[in-house]
Write a protein that binds this ligand. Structure first.
Ligand SMILES: [Zn+2]
Ligand SMILES: [Zn+2]
Length: 258
């Protein structure tokens, strides 16, 4: 049932020009427990009392047209020396950025909503106008160009909301951290691994292990299977994980010799 996992090793860090890594073994039992819970209860609800509509948290939609999703688990140690387990889902869960018991996104969700609402409305209006025009028309090309410009600008604005922090206390915009150069693909920073590490940094948690698995109907290209573990994605996560991991080893060592 489980595919072998490439651990988070040898991740290049542009901050110290070194390589960092994190094992996955210690997180596997916790991830399996989460899978059992989700399989049994058919919901991602972790607390008995939760403010969201409970229907939204059900897992049935992951097996339908929307298809499945990546989930992540990080096990670590708090500054009081206690073990703690953190949970993440990639991106949004049925339109929700935040669900109690799951780590928050790496950006300010309120600012994100403000930014996107206005521009998305404008883009929709342009799309409606385009539908009424002949593609050979000069106006069609102008509107199309304008729409392209709007979405490009929005993407840049959204990226500016993402500020990544690491264990060395460094805080940098996502654009500066992205080590493979160019513009980061949409959704960079929304995967489970960056969300979990960001949460660990903010809450002084020393990571001991992390793992990501897929839950639900396979993606269209069939590269993701229900209940299987997967390494971090090459296109979005690998270019930023090195920076996020930076300082993590020192933190762990300090703890060992304390
Ligand atoms: Zn990823
Ligand atoms: Zn580093």
């Amino acid at each position: 049932m489980y595919t072998p996992v490439t651990p988070y090793t040898q991740v290049y860090c542009p901050s110290c020009s070194g390589y960092h890594g994190l094992g996955w073994q210690k997180a596997i039992p916790h991830a399996k427990r989460l899978m059992q819970r989700m399989a049994h209860r058919e919901t991602i609800q972790l607390f008995e009392t939760v403010s969201h509509d409970l229907d939204l948290l059900q897992t049935d939609w992951l097996f339908g047209d929307a298809r499945g999703k990546m989930f992540g688990v990080l096990v670590g140690q708090t500054d009081q020396g206690k073990e703690c387990v953190c949970y993440a889902f990639s991106g949004q869960y049925r339109g929700l950025w935040s669900v109690p018991g799951w780590v928050d996104p790496v950006f300010d969700t309120a600012a994100f909503e403000r930014m996107t609402r206005e521009t998305e409305r404008e883009i929709k209006t342009l799309t409606r106008q385009l539908a009424k025009l002949d593609p050979a028309d000069k106006l069609f090309r102008q509107i199309k160009q304008h729409r392209k410009h709007l979405s490009k600008t929005l993407m840049k604005e959204i990226h500016s909301l993402y500020e990544l922090r690491n264990f060395r206390g460094q805080c940098r915009p996502l654009m500066d951290v992205f080590s493979s150069g160019g513009i980061p693909p949409t959704g960079t920073g929304d995967c489970c691994a960056p969300k979990l590490i960001h949460h660990a940094v903010l809450n002084n948690i020393k990571p001991k292990g992390m793992v990501e698995f897929y839950w639900g109907r396979s993606n269209r290209s069939e590269t993701r299977q229900h209940g299987c573990f997967y390494p971090p994605c090459q296109e979005k996560c690998m270019p930023i994980l090195g920076f996020l991991f930076c300082g993590m080893e020192e933190k762990t060592e300090k703890n060992i010799y304390a």
